[in-house]
Ligand binder design. Sequence first.
Ligand SMILES: Nc1nc2c(ncn2[C@@H]2O[C@H](COP(=O)(O)OP(=O)(O)OP(=O)(O)O)[C@@H](O)[C@H]2O)c(=O)[nH]1
Ligand SMILES: [Zn+2]
Length: 377
Amino acid sequence: MGRRDIDESDFRSRPSKRGSRPRTKQRPEHSDAVTGLVTGVDRGRYTLLVDDDVTVTAMKARELTRTRVVVGDRVDVVGDTSGEEGSLARIVRIQERTSTLRRTADDTDPYERIVVANADQLVIVTALAQPEPRTGMIDRCVVAAYDAGMSVLLCLTKADLASPDHLRELYEPLGVEVVVTQRAASSDDYPGAVALTAESVEDVRDRLTGLVSVLVGHSGVGKSTLINALVPAAKRATGVVNDVTGRGRHTSTSAVALRLPVGVADAGAEGEARADGAGADGVGTDDGAGFDGWVIDTPGVRSFGLAHVEVAHLLHAFDDLDEVAQECPRGCTHLADAPDCALDDWIEASPEDERPARTARLASFRRLLSSRTGSDA
Ligand SMILES: Nc1nc2c(ncn2[C@@H]2O[C@H](COP(=O)(O)OP(=O)(O)OP(=O)(O)O)[C@@H](O)[C@H]2O)c(=O)[nH]1
Ligand SMILES: [Zn+2]
């Protein structure tokens, strides 16, 4: 996306009560602004990456007090952007978002929160065992991602403990991509240091390269283990359950964006390819290998309330079903008990060889639909 100067008033559907200051007066004031990417948020302090290699601490300008700035946002920033110790810059504008991943606290809560901005894909990290996978949770994540206009990667961990076949069967009909990871056989069981097979880590890296990915997952699924394998510098705490709270060690509940290093195997070649300055996504790294993509960890996000999701909007993520559903009676819920739902006719009318695939796809879609209102199974 080209840089387009936009300020928060562009997002308002109603004129702001406080919007007494004409934008034309405001503009020249910030003409020296530079663009930063928000990589972390901590109690009103924002960590930004400016010019792809300067880390800057900033706070919001007063006019943005009531505006939420989240990880992944591209912002215009003024003031001291040197990144020097103790320096503090000021965020004056949020650039237009390409996607917004939202959640509500629960399904009846009308108050929605933006979790991450501008992400391309949601990576749902689910263990095949320990803890047992919960399809209700996965479904809700899929719905939240599609609603946000993001694609979904289902990352099934601990394949050394159980088979991924069943979950593949459930999610592949939806067009959800699946990738599987497992611990290396050589991995000794010393605390906090499970090694994943290099092959599984590189499989995941392949799917993340060049993209902004948000990782979500329940405590204990191996998300931190995976992130550490992908981004060794991340040093996410793993395998520790707090004796007092019974929960994971992470005290921070806010998202953090980490740059994804290019794979080990092709690091040399990539490093050279980028020496021509084409690497807008992060040359100038410590080891010179470069980065290509972002991994956003969301320690605080364990599930998605979906009160904000509309059926019609969700349906847009499924071109074929969306087209068929145009024939539905007005107000059709498209659920299994909906009278005269055209999606049922679509199966009735299917050629024999397509029937099993269509049936599986519709069943999966209906499961997603009911997850909007059902409880987290
Ligand atoms: N058998 C097996 N164990 C794994 C695998 N990946 C991670 N583990 C173990 O699973 C436990 C949880 O892993 P973490 O990476 O800490 O899980 P997490 O999802 O980050 O959990 P929180 O830190 O609570 O958010 C640890 O004991 C890991 O060693 C795997 O592929 N196979
Ligand atoms: Zn219908």
